[in-house]
Design a protein around this ligand. Structure first.
Ligand code: ASP
Ligand code: MG
Length: 696
């Protein structure tokens, strides 16, 4: 068993650090032969390169201090004598060769120390073994040099010679490479690169405080991290190790029991590996595969945008993504990219197919466009819009559509093939069909979608106000397939109404009554109506503001309230049918058979009736509310009704403003009703409620 251990400059910086190295080496020497490759003590190479008298003097005294701490008596004298001789030789050497002495200083001291500790130690002159540019010769010379029966070979890193025999170096940081050459030459059992950080990290921890050690990575990813600027590893190190099939570990001298980073094998870790940066502003996001760098471009750009950074360029290169930023923003950019890719749970794509291209769909797309990154950070789910359809056109794009232009893309690239058929051809795992339409037939597609594994999220209340058998079939399909079916948006938009009811129902708490003031349109009209201005003009205004159904009779006649009541009742486990509900339209009589214009004329003719209702309530201090209610009757059945009701101050619906909703649920377990009230309508509310259903 032969191991190659390499220690960097800070691991041999002073006597205390060296004693840690000795502990590690002595422990490992028990298992077999060791080749110990060392850097110069930290700062030494810089001092030698500067040639400055002052700097050289400091280096001189630091070595003497180390010797003074490591040795006593004769050994100390001998070590000092050795060192002084080398120091003189360094000063006499040609300027270009002086830099090679740092590693000679450190290794001669350590070799002497190890032999004092009783190890058979051989100092190996790397200048003789490593011939720059000639790998075969280098390998055969190394093999010869370490063929003795020693316990520990101590070899200077960094230094080599030219083919002509002139001392030279392998480049700054080159000791890692020296160690890899020694390991590859002899087919070492292991190669350990001991340094002052805990391995290759997901980012430079000085820039991204949350950076963590990458436990395992491929040769190629390590090379790309090192090339990208991760200073912990000298890039050329990787090649000889990989070619010889030697996995190597990067370990922390100051925390020897931590696992560090093992570099070995092919890319096997999917997803992103780490982010490296260079002083010149080049940042590399290194990938291991699977996640497509091209699709990460948006993620990087939007994360940087939030930090106010505009990269100069961004380029996917094979598994990586490189970007150029102005050097002054490197720390912030690295921190931002690290946060986006490494500081949250692994992000899973949730693909969504949106049926509908009206106000709700637009609001949903807008929210996704604005918040997809934050949502991903918070929930670990990234929303990708993979399809959209209007009543005429449909478009499915596997790779995802830009949410900010999805609707115009639909107009440009959509065709008239049925949307649901296209969706059914797509992968259903992690996919949602989102019904933002007002269609009364689309419910018949839900079953197939659910059975195929698509989640269905809907704001379309018509789908759940169908005859009870059809409603039950949709619910059953969801139960059978395990595909989620969620439609919280259908009643009270973003208010958690259905959830509250199903919680009671699931806990076997019997619903005694539900009272719902859920017609936003009528709430607004009734709260504005004072009995003096005309009722019909308020309806007209509401219709122009787009808050009535296209046909205002649906609101006035209780049709919209009826759908909501059916959904509420069914959520409570009551098989309510439309025919079970007694409806008294606000209009005080039927408006059937009229055109929409005629509806407004008919309303004008009833102004006196409306004024009468208002005044008789107002005299008693009551307010008019359009109420859908369900109440358990004496025979254990339920009575359902929709009508105008005059409510007093103590009623939760008394204080509603504008389009607010109130739902009052009384149950057997609870002495006081559960009252849910608040904004009950608006495209924005609907979009946020749909999102919640998708992310649940
Ligand atoms: N001592 C050399 C340098 O500082 C080589 C090394 O430490 O790897 O660059
Ligand atoms: Mg180094």
């Amino acid at each position: 068993m032969t191991k190659v251990l390499k220690f960097g400059g800070s691991s041999v910086a002073d006597a205390t650090a060296i004693s840690r190295v000795l502990d590690i080496v002595e422990a490992e020497a028990r298992d077999g032969k060791i080749i110990l490759v060392l850097s110069a003590i930290s700062g030494c190479t810089d001092a030698l390169l500067s040639g400055e008298e002052n700097a050289l003097e400091k280096i001189h005294s630091r070595h003497l201090r180390i010797i003074g701490r490591l040795f006593t008596g004769e050994q100390k004298d001998a070590a000092e004598k050795d060192f002084e001789g080398l120091f003189v030789a360094m000063k006499a050497a040609p300027e270009s060769e002086r830099v090679t002495f740092g590693e000679i200083f450190s290794t001669t001291i350590l070799a002497r120390k190890l032999s004092c500790e009783g190890f058979r130690t051989v100092w190996t002159d790397s200048r003789k073994c490593i011939v720059k540019g000639d790998i075969p010769l280098t390998y055969s010379r190394i093999r010869e040099a370490v063929a003795d029966d020693a316990d520990i070979y101590v070899a200077p890193g960094f230094i080599a010679s030219t083919p002509d025999g002139i001392p030279t170096t392998l480049g700054r940081g080159g000791s890692d490479y020296s160690a890899a050459l020694y390991a590859a030459a002899i087919g070492a059992d292991s190669l350990e690169i001991w340094t002052d950080v805990p391995g290759i990290m997901t980012a430079n921890p000085k820039k991204a405080g949350a950076a963590r050690t990458i436990p395992l990575m491929s040769y190629s990813a390590a090379l790309r991290m090192a090339d990208g600027g991760a200073k912990v590893l000298y890039p050329p190190t990787v090649v000889p190790a990989r070619d010889a099939g030697i996995g190597f570990r990067i370990l922390n001298t100051f925390d020897p029991s931590a696992g560090g980073t093992l570099v070995s094998g092919e890319d096997s870790v999917p997803g992103w590996i780490g982010v490296a940066d260079r002083e010149d502003g080049l940042i590399t996001l290194v990938g291991g595969g699977l996640e497509d760098p091209a699709s990460a471009v948006d993620r990087v750009l939007s994360a940087l945008r939030h930090s106010g950074i505009q990269p100069l360029s961004i380029t996917p290169i094979e598994k990586d993504l490189t970007l150029q930023v102005s050097p002054s923003v490197i720390p912030e950019a690295v921190k931002t990219i690290h946060r986006e890719f490494f500081e949250s749970a692994p992000v899973r794509n949730i693909r969504i197919f949106i049926a509908g291209a009206g106000a709700v769909a637009s609001a949903l797309l807008e929210t996704i466009n604005k918040s997809a990154s934050q949502i991903a950070e918070r929930t670990g789910k990234r929303l990708v819009v993979c399809g959209i359809a209007s009543s005429k056109l449909s478009l499915v794009e596997k790779g995802g559509l830009d949410p900010s232009t999805a609707i115009s893309a639909l107009a440009e690239k959509g065709d008239s093939l049925p949307f649901v058929e296209k969706v059914l051809k797509e992968e259903s795992e992690g996919a949602f069909f989102v019904d933002c339409t007002d269609s009364h037939t689309i419910y018949s597609d839900y079953e197939r979608l659910l059975e195929s594994g698509f989640g269905v999220v809907s704001s379309n209340r018509r789908s759940f106000a169908v005859p009870f058998v059809n409603y039950a079939a949709i619910r059953a399909a969801s139960l059978r397939s395990g595909s989620p079916l969620r439609y919280e948006t259908t009643v009270g938009a973003a208010l958690p109404v259905l959830e509250s009811i199903s919680r009671s129902a699931n806990a076997s708490d019997e619903i005694v009554s539900i009272e719902a003031v859920v017609s936003c349109t009528l709430n607004r009209i009734l709260s504005e109506y004072r009995g003096d201005e005309s009722f019909s003009s308020l309806v007209l205004k509401a219709s122009r503001d787009g808050i009535t159904e296209p046909d205002p009779r649906v609101d006035l006649g209780g049709g919209d309230a009826l759908r909501k009541l059916l959904i509420l009742a069914r959520e409570a486990g009551i098989a309510l049918e439309a025919s079970d509900v007694a409806i008294e339209p606000v209009t005080g009589g039927s408006l059937d058979g009229l055109s929409i214009e005629e509806v407004f004329t008919a309303l004008e003719e009833r102004e006196e009736y409306f004024a009468g209702l208002y005044h008789s309530a107002a005299e008693k201090g009551l307010k008019l509310r359009f109420t859908a209610s369900l109440e358990r009757s004496a025979d254990q059945g339920y009575v359902a009704a929709i009508r105008l009701k005059a409510v007093d101050q103590r009623h939760p619906a008394y204080h509603l403003r504008g389009t607010e909703n109130a739902i009052i649920i009384r149950s057997a377990f609870h002495p006081y009703p559960l009252v849910i009230s608040g904004a009950g309508e608006g495209a924005g509310e609907a979009a946020s409620s749909l999102l919640n259903d998708i992310l649940k």
